[in-house]
Design a protein around this ligand. Structure first.
Ligand code: RB5
Length: 167
């Protein structure tokens, strides 16, 4: 069973139980990393927490919610190994998993309603990373995180094939 870490700030808090129940209905194990009330708090705390447990491998995937999904996804993306996407429609959610192997999904409770949020979640969870040429690009993203890694210097090479590989 896949383990999903979920987190939100106070603005995302009210949408979170709907998503937790839906994930359980779909057969996932879910743990809520806070916040646990509508008391005002700061989204970086929860983006970081969820990012860390996903990056460590303790949880397979993460879902984070704030007002827009932007702040909390930015926080999660600061954790090395995290590729968080903020989505307000299912198409980007699906392609973000297929091409970018995103490991955290973010959305905004002020942007999407519960039914659209559920559709985005399901589409993202059902999608699979296709690998191939996309694996190289995801590796290049990882190399950006480690500027001492020599691989970072090779990032230029994908510039040269952009005219051949338009996908
Ligand atoms: C909090 O007011 C709000 O800024 C937060 O929920 C989020 O939308 C930030 O990106």
């Amino acid at each position: 069973m896949k383990k999903i870490a979920i987190g939100s700030d106070h603005v995302g808090y009210e949408l979170k139980p709907t998503i937790i129940d839906y994930l359980k209905e779909l057969g996932y194990e879910v743990k809520d990393f806070g916040t646990y009330s509508t008391e005002r708090t700061d989204y970086p705390i929860y983006g970081k927490k969820v990012g860390e447990v996903v990056a460590s491998g303790e949880y397979d995937l993460g879902i984070v919610i704030c007002g827009t999904g932007v702040g909390i996804s930015l926080a999660a993306n600061k954790v090395p190994g995290i590729r968080a996407v903020v989505c307000s429609e299912p198409y980007s959610a699906q392609l973000s998993k297929m091409h970018n192997n995103t490991n955290i999904l973010a959305f905004g409770s002020r942007v999407v309603g519960p039914e659209l949020a559920k559709m985005i979640v399901k589409t993202w969870l059902d999608a699979t990373f296709v690998g191939g040429r996309h694996a190289r690009r995801v590796d290049e993203l990882g190399a950006i995180e480690d500027r001492d890694n020599k691989e970072f210097e090779n990032i230029e090479y994908s510039q040269s094939d952009k005219y051949i590989d338009k996908n």
